[in-house]
Ligand binder design. Structure first.
Ligand code: 8DG
Ligand code: MG
Ligand code: MG
Length: 133
């Protein structure tokens, strides 16, 4: 089987981004963005809206393509991650919808995301992507 496609969603509130500590799946114990697998026939935008609603209860609209990275976790786990971005109002708060998959959501400054980072997010941070101009 070939590489899979993951969609990670950068939800910015002012200067902060929403991250959570992963549980259960690969990358357990690392900080990641909300996100998940692109389903058959699905657009990046729809996947971002769906995963963010499923995982955080936040209803986003009009996420925009931000960046893409190629992540080879090991010989059998290879993902292309498409990062979508949305900016939300200051009063938006996440809910922890999937306790078995995430330890909790937190807003953290882009330059102060706690480590260790989930591999695709690490790749994004090491890329040329700059969220604020
Ligand atoms: P799903 O089965 O509900 O579609 O997905 P999930 O249960 O939410 O799975 P996930 O582990 O959160 O995400 C699915 C895969 O997407 C994950 O195994 C690896 C890949 N993925 C990336 N980058 C990112 C990312 O930045 N955030 C998240 N959450 N997943 C990502 O390649
Ligand atoms: Mg997920
Ligand atoms: Mg999910």
């Amino acid at each position: 089987m070939g590489p899979k496609v993951g969609v990670g969603v950068l939800i910015f509130r002012e200067q902060c981004v929403l991250v959570g500590l992963r549980r259960g799946a690969h990358g357990s114990g690392t900080y990641a963005l909300p996100g998940g697998h692109l389903e058959m026939g699905e657009s990046f935008e729809h996947c971002a809206i769906r995963e963010v609603a499923e995982e955080t209860g936040i209803e986003i609209s009009d996420p925009v393509f931000a960046y893409a990275v190629n992540s080879i976790f090991d010989l059998t786990t290879h993902y292309v991650t498409v990062f979508m971005r949305v900016d939300v109002e200051q009063d938006v708060e996440p809910r922890l919808m999937e306790v078995e998959k995430c330890d909790g959501w937190q807003w953290v400054p882009w330059d102060a995301i706690p480590e260790p980072l989930f591999l695709p997010l690490k790749a994004l941070k090491e890329s040329s992507y700059r969220p604020f101009g």
